[in-house]
Design a protein. Structure first.
Length: 300
């Protein structure tokens, strides 16, 4: 009987140790925003601002596809969703605010899923999360009160095209034995968070791509950047909500439903796909999305 008790004690100790502080913080922050979001949904329904027509299903599909790509490759959710909202005539600042609001839910589930599949590098996470949050908070304030985020998009897109090409080159060449660089990771995260909030997307393409180009493991990098993105998005959204409020609640809800369904699948894919293939896919995705942005700007 005493042996069984000891076995149970050991199992309890293991289960306690398995709950990391990162998981607890994500759950607490998600719980707080969930209550607030439920209140907004209730108010929108009472005032007749919710519209569940065929476009609502379109937003669910868009959120699902965008988060599936983002969870597996570490980027493209913000870029994909922001492009969609802009095409519907929504202003850049409200599009960015809507996408960031939906990302609180999708990145939270994605982060927890990556932790579950052991895709997290804790040291790298600590190096990027604090400056990433600082950059995103500052960027959200600048976009809300000071700057039109479309101003910087052409320069960023051109830079990312070259970076995507370098990632593919790095995947195809022979492996070297140099240790990955982490010296500039905090500064990179600051820049990525800033441009993500201003441009409605960019955390993944900028941070993930650059870290991969420095030699970091693709699976761990994607998982770590996705997990840190929850905190980056959370605080950027807090600024947007404070300065702009929450609008287009039906669009946000559609993106959330699709994204939450896709998040665990994307994290699972990232944990199973070969590192070289992941690197090639990330590079190709960066080139395609950035090229589309440049072409669309030239056509205008």
């Amino acid at each position: 009987m005493s042996e069984k008790v000891q076995v149970l004690d050991v199992q309890l100790e293991k289960s306690k140790k398995s709950i990391s502080p990162i998981v607890l913080i994500i759950l607490v922050l998600k719980g707080a925003i969930l209550f607030y979001f439920a209140y907004l949904l209730k108010e929108a329904y009472i005032q007749g601002e919710m519209h569940f027509d065929y476009t609502f299903l379109f937003f669910i599909v868009a959120g699902f596809v965008a988060q599936l790509i983002d969870g597996a490759l570490g980027m493209a959710y913000g870029v994909s969703c922001t492009t969609l909202l802009l095409s519907l005539g929504i202003s850049p600042k409200l599009a960015s605010a809507s996408v960031h609001t939906s990302e609180i839910f999708t990145t939270g589930v994605s982060g927890l899923s990556h932790i579950r599949f052991k895709n997290l590098d804790k040291k790298l996470f600590v190096r990027i999360v604090f400056t990433g949050v600082l950059g995103a908070t500052l960027g959200a304030y600048i976009l809300s009160d000071v700057l039109d985020g479309s101003t910087l998009k052409p320069l960023i897109s051109v830079y990312l095209i070259f970076l995507g090409g370098y990632l593919i080159y790095k995947a195809l060449r022979k492996k070297d034995k140099h240790k990955p660089k982490t010296k500039y990771a905090p500064l990179l995260a600051l820049f990525g968070g800033l441009l993500d909030a201003i441009g409605g997307g960019g955390w993944g393409p900028i941070v993930t791509s650059n870290l991969l180009s420095q030699g970091h493991n693709p699976r761990k990098t994607i998982g770590t950047v996705n997990t840190a993105e929850f905190f980056v998005t959370y605080f950027a959204t807090a600024v947007f909500i404070f300065l702009l409020g929450v609008q287009h609640i039906d669009i946000v809800l559609g993106l959330v439903l699709g994204g939450v369904l896709a998040a665990p699948i994307g994290a699972y894919v990232a944990s199973k796909v070969n590192s070289k293939i992941l690197l090639i896919l990330v590079g190709a995705l960066v080139i395609i999305t950035s090229s589309v942005n440049v072409i669309s700007l030239l056509i205008k």
